[in-house]
Design a protein around this ligand. Structure first.
Ligand code: HEC
Ligand code: HEC
Length: 235
């Protein structure tokens, strides 16, 4: 207690003493606790924003760019590397945490993510959310009309709801629902065909991946290809 009190600025220490005299025996300790909590909450927030130097952030962004592309637009490599540009902050946060806790299985992104402190995560998320490059494309264009229909209407026979009902009419996402517009078709294909092997891998910690699981499971290969082609060109 003594050690932590020393970290409280003199002004608030005086205030606390003042309150203690006024508040008396009963209220004193409560006020003190409340104020200490407030004081440390403020210190914590201050540290959050100052912990990332611009130099460190730029270096980290450059590192992400080597795989995710210079504008976070994604990359068609040996394995598809997803677009991060314009992605929803809450979704990005959830995925970084899922990689770290190995609820989402991917060794590359585990290695990348587990060294990022919370302040760096916040700064990177804000950076990628603000980018808006054109989609890199590459999917078969003749599949687009069927994909659009699936996205907007779902597949009633297979009890698949419209993708738009969660991912938004323009596929821009919202909170924990990711943006899909402009996402690489081969990445979407890979994620939807492997869902149950890669996402939600800790049964003791159910997460947002469970919402998407029955939908990924219910789509067949040609339906996935079609909807992926549509999303791949969407700006
Ligand atoms: C060595 C290549 C590489 C680097 C460097 C890299 N990533 Fe990734 N990232 C990947 C791959 C591959 C995936 C796809 C994983 C999968 O298939 O599940 C991915 C996926 C992601 C996802 C999930 C996206 C989604 O739509 O679900 C996020 C978020 C992410 N990376 C953030 C970052 C950030 C932030 C950095 C920089 C700190 C970074 N990545 C650096 C290769 C990389
Ligand atoms: C009931 C709501 C809901 C519906 C309907 C829905 N999704 Fe999702 N979808 C989600 C959620 C939530 C996530 C994020 C899962 C996570 O956090 O792991 C997601 C994630 C995804 C992802 C992974 C994105 C990435 O970057 O890795 C793809 C691809 C996807 N959905 C495609 C679709 C398609 C295609 C449809 C329509 C056939 C659809 N979704 C319908 C809720 C929904």
């Amino acid at each position: 207690m003594d050690r932590s009190l020393r970290r409280v600025p003199a002004r608030s220490r005086n205030k606390q003493r003042g309150r203690r005299r006024v508040g008396g025996v009963v209220f004193g300790p409560m006020c003190l606790t409340a104020m200490l909590t407030m004081a440390f909450a403020t210190v914590g927030r201050a540290e959050d924003t100052t912990a990332v130097s611009d130099h460190d952030l730029q270096a980290k962004i450059a590192y992400c760019q080597t795989c995710h592309g210079p504008s976070g637009q994604g990359f068609h490599g040996f394995y598809p590397i997803p677009r991060l540009a314009g992605q929803q902050p809450e979704y990005l946060k959830n995925q970084i945490q899922a990689f770290i806790e190995r609820r989402r299985v991917n060794n590359i992104m585990f290695n990348v993510a587990h060294v990022l402190n919370p302040a760096m995560q916040t700064a990177l998320i804000a950076h990628f959310n603000e980018l808006n490059p054109k989609p890199i494309g590459g999917a078969a264009k003749d599949l687009v009309p069927e994909g659009k229909k699936i996205f907007e209407e779902g597949i009633p026979d297979a009890k698949i709801p419209p993708c738009a009902s969660c991912h938004g009419p323009d596929a821009k996402g919202n909170g924990p629902f990711p943006r899909l517009a402009g996402q690489l078709h081969d990445y979407i294909f890979k994620k939807l065909t492997n869902w149950t092997k890669e996402r939600g891998q800790d049964p003791t910690k159910p997460d947002t991946s469970a919402i998407m699981e029955p939908i990924a499971h219910g789509l067949n290969e040609s339906q996935i290809k079609a909807v992926a082609a549509y999303l791949n060109y969407l700006e």
